[in-house]
Design a protein around this ligand. Structure first.
Ligand SMILES: C[S@@+](CC[C@H](N)C(=O)[O-])C[C@H]1O[C@@H](n2cnc3c(N)ncnc32)[C@H](O)[C@@H]1O
Length: 251
């Protein structure tokens, strides 16, 4: 009888130890999960705060752009595929101040309209896609602005592997005072815009300004840096825009 009690006691003790260990493991596991959850919530909150800050900035820039340029027809959506309002506002200010005689743009859209509405006399905007080129022409017509040519330049393989605009479409260009690089779209190819340097460098006027959108991406950033290196009398500034903008202008 005594042995039986001892055996039962031992079993109960082992069961108690097992339960305590299991509870402790469960407690630790839940602690780790709670920690991970708290971290994820913290990251999300931070991200949401950043998004809200960015949206406010873009709305402020959009309102200023609207009141400075007095649009008379509706505008397509900005941001995403299109330039963001902060970049559009900077482009507009620059065109008003520098009064470039010839503006060349790679990647047409709302930015083309902003350049023309800001007073540029001659704008040639290249697009690799016939439908988007036509959309921009319609936009320009709706707003009744003049001096804009939206030139279709289908994308074709360029040396080095990227698809770029048909270079023969650039032959007549010279003395570009403002070059805006926001195309081609490129997808995952980070070198998609790089041929702009080789094709257009020699076509810039001595005081030309080059603006590159999307320099938060490595390919566009490298293109901006190489453009600046190729223009020794110019300097490179990075504007703290939503997608980061490079401005290369005379020193
Ligand atoms: C970055 S976008 C140019 C945006 C233009 N600068 C603007 O501010 O609206 C480059 C090219 O992508 C193409 N594109 C424009 N919107 C697009 C969309 N929603 N989806 C796919 N491609 C688009 C057009 O051919 C355009 O020339």
């Amino acid at each position: 009888m005594e042995n039986l009690n001892l055996a039962i006691g031992a079993v109960l003790l082992l069961a108690a130890i097992y339960m305590i260990r299991s509870l402790r493991a469960l407690h630790n596991k839940m602690g780790r999960q709670t920690e991970r959850l708290a971290k994820a919530i913290q990251n999300l909150t931070q991200q949401e705060r950043e998004n809200a800050k960015q949206s406010t900035r873009q709305i402020e820039a959009y309102i200023q752009l609207n009141s400075l340029l007095k649009f008379t027809a509706s505008l397509p959506a900005t941001r995403g595929w299109a330039a963001s309002p902060d970049l559009l506002l900077s482009i507009s200010q620059l065109v008003k101040e520098q009064k470039p005689k010839l503006v060349v743009e790679l990647g047409s859209g709302v930015s083309t309209l902003v350049v023309a509405k800001s007073g540029a006399k001659k704008v040639i905007s290249f697009d690799g896609d016939a439908d988007y080129a036509e959309q921009t022409r319609t936009l320009i017509r709706q707003h009744g602005v003049r001096g804009v040519e939206v030139r279709l330049a289908p994308l074709m393989p360029y040396r080095g592997g990227a698809n770029w605009y048909d270079p023969s479409k650039f032959k007549d260009l010279k003395n570009i005072d403002l070059l805006i690089v926001d195309g081609p779209q490129g997808g995952d190819n980070s070198d998609a815009r790089y041929p702009a340097l080789e094709v257009l460098l020699k076509k810039l006027s001595a005081k030309a300004i080059v603006i590159l959108d999307d320099v938060n991406r490595t390919g566009e950033r490298k293109l901006a840096e190489d453009f600046a290196k190729a223009l020794p009398n110019h300097e490179l500034r990075i504007l703290d825009h939503e997608k980061l903008t490079a401005v290369i202008s005379p020193k």
